[in-house]
Design a protein around this ligand. Structure first.
Ligand code: F6P
Length: 342
């Protein structure tokens, strides 16, 4: 069998572990040949690739980022490219393509699968918002980075009697905010699923100071917004060329607002891409390795138009169409549980 692999969309710790696992399973156990397309879908559309043998994936298990490079692609560009991609797949004699990516990549993968390409998807994202899998690799690493930052910020916040507003990633969902906030004992957690009331948030933080505490930590997901009709105004950042909302900086805005309302010093801390960089945790390496192994097996079974998913402790195959139809948001009961830490 000849297999093409690519990494697309925002990078994520664990991508290299999947690539390595695909090559090991395919080359060593099945005698396959593997090629890696450069910079995501661009590599497939422009037939830009390199051969991946065991040497090419040596020493990459613990390495962050992706040795293949990644990029985003405009959906219209990809729609126009289905025919070209089909031609390249035929010319290269590929029997399977394994795209590793998040929501946007998997939607593109589904489009190509519907166009007749032999696709087996692998989900990734630090946001953990892919509905069909219990967990995506990258999430555990991001939560670890955010938790460590929160722990560190607590000590400096206490020294200066400040409110620290820590903005974490989470475009549509607040999983990183929820888990890091719980793990670090944050005093308020603000997620996109639940538009916040600034009066309520001010009261929560204010009560803490009134009770004699000397600092407060607020974790806010980048996609969080005030409830409609709220007395806090936020700017709209518009959308970028890929149709993604541009954020105007909720962490900064919240810090300004809380400082003005509470009369306490507040500092914003934007964790940003530090959550996505660096070495994956052991959990993420194991999950990524299992996904790679199962993707190769699915290709050999001819299970195309599917993606690998974690259900409980098992890896199962799920139709791409189902996986991309909804996002996995933070449910109300998980949010309620987290309120106990306040
Ligand atoms: O989807 C993963 C993610 O890290 C989001 O949490 C974040 O909003 C986005 O990617 C950032 O993308 P970029 O690297 O293009 O700024």
């Amino acid at each position: 069998m000849r297999i093409g692999v690519l990494t697309s969309g925002g990078d994520c710790p664990g991508l290299n572990a999947v690539i390595r696992s695909v090559v090991h399973r395919a080359v060593v156990d099945h005698g396959d040949e593997v090629i890696g397309f450069h910079d995501g879908w661009r590599g497939l559309l422009e037939c830009d690739y390199r051969k991946l043998d065991l040497d090419a994936v040596g020493g990459i298990l613990a390495r962050g980022g992706t040795i293949l490079g990644s990029s985003r692609v405009q959906p219209a560009h990809l729609r126009d490219g289905v025919e070209r991609a089909r031609g390249h797949v035929a010319d290269l004699g590929l029997d399977a393509i394994i795209p590793i990516g998040g929501e946007g990549t998997l939607k593109a993968a589904n489009l190509l699968a519907q166009g007749g390409l032999p696709i087996v998807g692998v989900p990734k994202t630090i946001d953990n918002d892919i509905a069909s899998t219990d967990v995506t690799f990258g999430f555990d690493t991001a939560v670890g980075v955010a938790t460590e930052a929160l722990d560190r910020l607590k000590t400096t916040a206490e020294s200066h009697q400040r409110v620290m507003v820590v903005e974490v990633m989470g475009r549509h969902t607040g999983w990183i905010a929820l888990h890091s906030g719980m793990a670090a004992g944050a005093h308020a957690i603000v997620v996109p699923e639940r538009p916040f009331d600034i009066e309520e948030l001010t009261a929560i933080v204010g009560e803490r100071f009134s009770a004699g505490k000397r600092f407060a930590i607020v974790v806010v997901a980048e996609g969080a917004k005030p409830a409609p009709g709220s007395s806090m105004a936020v700017e709209e950042g518009g959308t970028d060329m890929y149709g993604h909302e541009r954020f105007a900086g909720i962490g900064n805005r919240l810090a300004v607002e809380l400082e003005a309302r509470l009369g306490k010093e507040a500092r914003p801390v934007i964790l940003g891409h530090v959550q996505r960089g660096g070495t994956p945790t052991a959990y993420d390496r194991v999950l990524a390795t299992r996904f790679g192994w199962h993707a190769v097996e699915a290709a050999h079974r001819g299970q195309f138009g599917m993606l690998t998913a974690l259900r409980g402790t098992d890896i199962v195959m799920v139709p791409l169409a189902e996986a991309t139809s909804t996002l996995k948001t933070v449910p109300a009961d998980r949010y309620e549980e987290a309120q106990n830490v306040l």
